[in-house]
Design a protein around this ligand. Structure first.
Ligand code: NAD
Length: 357
């Protein structure tokens, strides 16, 4: 069977994860890599069998015409690389969360991908962890009774973490559409970060099937003392009439149900374990249109709209109807509207991680 050829743009942390995993899979071959930093290109090429290298993504993609165009740049760079992937004729685009920093950009990206008819996936790969899979299995198996609430909290800030929290709770809720969102935000320290975010955002989502979503991200989010690694202090779960089940990103899973009593198990987010099935399911989808990737772009867009509606609500007040009717620049709205008062933290480690006095 022929291998699918791959170009990977952005040879930072996530680009290397992707490229190494593609090459380790017999169905893929990385034929080209790109970064604007030549030293990163050289270092990466040595680990990837010396593929073609360039500092110009468009030129590289045009020359190599890969089957898969993957990019893993920081959140400020999305639309031009989506265009590059479409223009080079790739069959599948693979890129990183968050899909977009603003709903205006989200709408543009959505139009581009839909009109091109290209497959696309977004890297919400924590879900492959055995502890995430276990929680999904408990929720889907009906042991919680009628699920009425899904929830996610992370001490890490919004543009890093909220996309993950929303995607996994939507997965638990079978991607039922959302009808509105409402949130508040505090603290301006991380607005200037390369993952620009309020220091704290917290809000509610109404799903069309009656389920309530509750989310919080950042310095005001609670500690999860069971978890050592600060970026792994994420608690994501579901509650129903007969119990709850939840995953801690770096602290396993736990559940209490009427028929099963109290249960728990281990598991920790691990790129080496989570990336191979994520990449394999790209091959499966490329081979067979019916095997749609669980991290498909439409799922990611649903989460992105919820995330942007929460931000718009935090900036403008009140409830925001979903789906969003018009695009806006939520980053500008947050910069204009978040009060110039320091965020109040929920634990001393959050104070340190947010470099607060
Ligand atoms: N899914 C996950 O678990 C996960 C984890 C960490 C980060 N991320 C996401 O991955 C993305 C990248 O994060 P990272 O930590 O790898 O960042 P990084 O800074 O390590 O890597 C980004 C790379 O892109 C390169 N780059 C920038 N502009 C470019 C251009 N025009 N052409 C080619 N290369 C360019 C930079 O030089 C850098 O090497 C972010 O969106 C982040 O949110 C996802």
């Amino acid at each position: 069977m022929n291998k699918y050829t791959v170009v990977v743009v952005g040879m930072g942390k996530r680009g290397l994860h992707h490229a190494v995993t593609f090459n380790a899979n017999p169905r893929f071959q990385v034929v080209g890599i790109c970064d604007i930093a030549p030293e990163r290109l050289e270092a990466a090429a040595a680990r990837l069998g010396d593929p073609a290298k360039s500092t110009d993504a468009a030129a590289l993609a045009k020359t190599l015409k890969p089957d898969v165009f993957c990019f893993t740049t920081l959140p400020n760079l999305r639309t031009p690389l989506i265009r590059t992937g479409i223009d080079c004729g790739a069959k599948l685009l693979a890129f990183e969360k968050p899909v977009a920093l603003t709903s205006a950009e989200l709408f543009d990206i959505h139009d581009l991908i839909r009109k091109a008819g290209v497959k696309a996936v977004v890297s919400h790969q924590h879900r492959y962890g055995k502890h995430y899979q276990k929680v999904k299995e408990i929720v889907a198996g009906g042991a919680l009774g009628r699920v009425h609430t899904v929830y996610g909290s992370a001490t890490g800030w919004m543009t890093h973490m909220l996309s993950h929290l929303i995607d996994y709770t939507c997965w638990f809720n079978n991607y039922a559409p959302a009808t509105w969102a409402m949130a508040q935000a505090a603290g301006r320290t991380k607005l200037a970060d390369n993952h620009p975010s309020p220091d704290y955002i917290a809000g509610f989502v109404q799903f069309a099937n009656g389920v309530r979503g509750i989310y919080e991200c950042g310095a005001g989010a609670p500690d999860q003392p069971e978890v050592g690694k600060w970026w792994g202090k994420n608690r994501i779960g579901a509650q129903g009439t007969e119990g709850f089940a939840e995953v801690l990103t770096n602290g396993g899973w736990r559940a209490v149900t009427r028929s099963g009593g109290s249960q728990s198990g281990d598991g920790a987010m691990n790129y080496d374990l989570d990336m191979p099935p994520y990449v394999q399911q790209m091959a499966d989808w490329l081979d067979d249109d019916r095997k749609v990737h669980p991290c498909n772009f439409e799922h990611a867009c649903q989460g992105a709209e919820i995330m942007l509606a929460l931000q718009r609500s935090a900036a403008e007040g009140g409830q925001i109807a979903l789906p969003l009717a018009v695009g806006a620049d939520e980053q500008a709205l947050l910069r204009a509207r978040i009060a110039d008062r320091p965020v109040l933290v929920s634990c001393e480690q959050n104070r340190k991680e947010f470099s607060l006095p």
